[in-house]
Write a protein that binds this ligand. Structure first.
Ligand code: GLY
Length: 399
């Protein structure tokens, strides 16, 4: 947009070009989401490629008939967006960019309308394509624009954050925010492919990288215990963008998500398990007016869910302790101020998993065994809140 607004983009977000070099460190890994035909649109069966220097693979995902490509990126990644545009132009495409406000500020209907205007003014047809370059907010918005233009055009995501790689860019959730809340408007629109270029993590602020690792840990708790062991063996390597461990963590998390989405793309059942820790997390984000990072809120939310599961006899004390230990080892928060229960409960009641007045939580019956559980009595939630509560004067927010 010509006059992007200020936003909550993480402090220290690099303004310089995020590396998209062609330096090859090792062979890329391709993970397929679902078992479909891989033709894009609403189809499953698309590749998520993880590796270094992946830009040259973009044309393979754009489809054989695309002539025009709209690259949507946040203001903070202008230089990176230009690299992608120049590369596509060299490859013979008519490429253009839509620069949008950073972070959640980009997920507004006015921003989508701006993108539709660019598409209309450039005669975008059904065979042309949209590319997102950025974090989860950008893939949500770009996916929504692609889902709605001419009732759906191809979109390729190039996530530049851990959270984008392991969660937002994979699985086809798209959405924008309204005055009433986050992601209330959106659709499922699977990408034609995802390029998770690990080089982009080198300049990612550390707290942003660690925040994304909360979603990685979530995948460990719900489906792949090896993720937890890898972090326990070396929390330092887990945070190092050059390490083989971080690459393995990202690949394992994408495999968890790919497998679940392949089975339940539209969140009728099993996909809800990907929301482990998210019910309280969304309530915290709302209470904090979205000034907390999503991963930090998910971290606290997982400890809350673990305490709740423990009180129901589903998790042992040692398994609850393991939540605290692995999250703390990365510097993720595990407590929340103890004077906000009413506000949090209001947020919990708005959760999309609830049915009527029945509150539903994703809980673990042991590590790797999630289930969606109805909670008959809010007092059970309050008891779990007391286990994570921290006196306000002592509350420290580490991310
Ligand atoms: N972020 C959870 C999901 O994609 O289902």
């Amino acid at each position: 947009m010509s006059t992007p607004t200020d936003s909550g983009e993480p402090a220290g977000t690099p303004q310089a070009s995020t590396p998209l070099s062609e330096t090859q460190h090792s062979e890329p890994t391709t993970i397929t989401v679902g078992e479909g035909t891989g033709t894009g649109g609403d189809e499953l069966g698309y590749p998520v490629v993880v590796g270094n220097g992946l830009l040259s693979r973009l044309p393979d995902l754009l489809g054989t008939q695309a002539e025009r490509v709209l690259i949507i990126h946040p203001r903070a990644l202008r230089a990176t967006g230009d690299v992608v545009r120049e590369d596509l132009e060299k490859a013979g495409y008519t490429a253009m960019v839509a620069e949008i406000p950073d972070a959640e500020e980009g997920k507004h209907i006015q921003v989508a309308a701006f993108c539709w205007q660019v598409l209309g003014q450039n005669d975008f047809t059904r065979s042309d394509a949209v590319v997102s370059v950025g974090g989860g907010a950008v893939s949500d918005l770009a996916g929504f624009v692609a889902a709605t233009w001419l009732r759906g055009v191809r979109v390729v995501h190039m996530p530049t954050t851990v959270l984008g790689m392991v969660d937002a860019a994979v699985g086809g959730k798209t959405g924008i925010n309204t005055a009433e809340g986050k992601n209330l408007v959106g659709s499922f629109h699977q990408p034609a492919g995802v390029l998770a270029d690990l080089d982009t993590l080198i300049t990612l602020p550390r707290n942003e990288l660690v925040s994304g690792l909360a979603e990685v840990i979530k995948c460990g708790f719900i489906a792949d215990e090896r993720i937890l062991t890898l972090i326990e063996e070396s929390p330092e390597a887990a945070q190092n963008p050059h390490s083989a461990q971080l690459r393995e963590l990202i690949e394992r998390s994408i495999r968890v998500k790919a497998e679940i989405v392949g089975e339940d793309a539209r969140e009728a059942d099993r996909r809800e398990h990907l929301n482990y820790g998210h019910t309280l997390a969304h309530a915290i984000e709302l209470a904090e007016r979205y000034q907390w990072r999503h991963g930090a809120a998910v971290s606290v939310g997982m400890v809350f869910a673990a305490e709740l599961a423990h009180s129901l006899g589903r998790l042992s004390e040692a398994e609850v302790d393991r939540h605290r230990a692995v999250l703390t080892s990365l510097g993720l928060p595990i407590t929340y101020r103890d004077d906000r229960w009413n506000q949090l409960l209001e947020g919990i009641r708005r959760d999309k998993k609830n049915r009527g007045d029945v509150l539903r939580f994703v809980l673990l019956n042991g590590i790797g065994n999630p289930a969606t559980v109805e909670i008959p009595d809010a007092s059970m939630l309050y008891a779990a809140y007391q286990e994570i509560g921290e006196p306000v004067s002592g509350t420290t927010i580490s991310l």
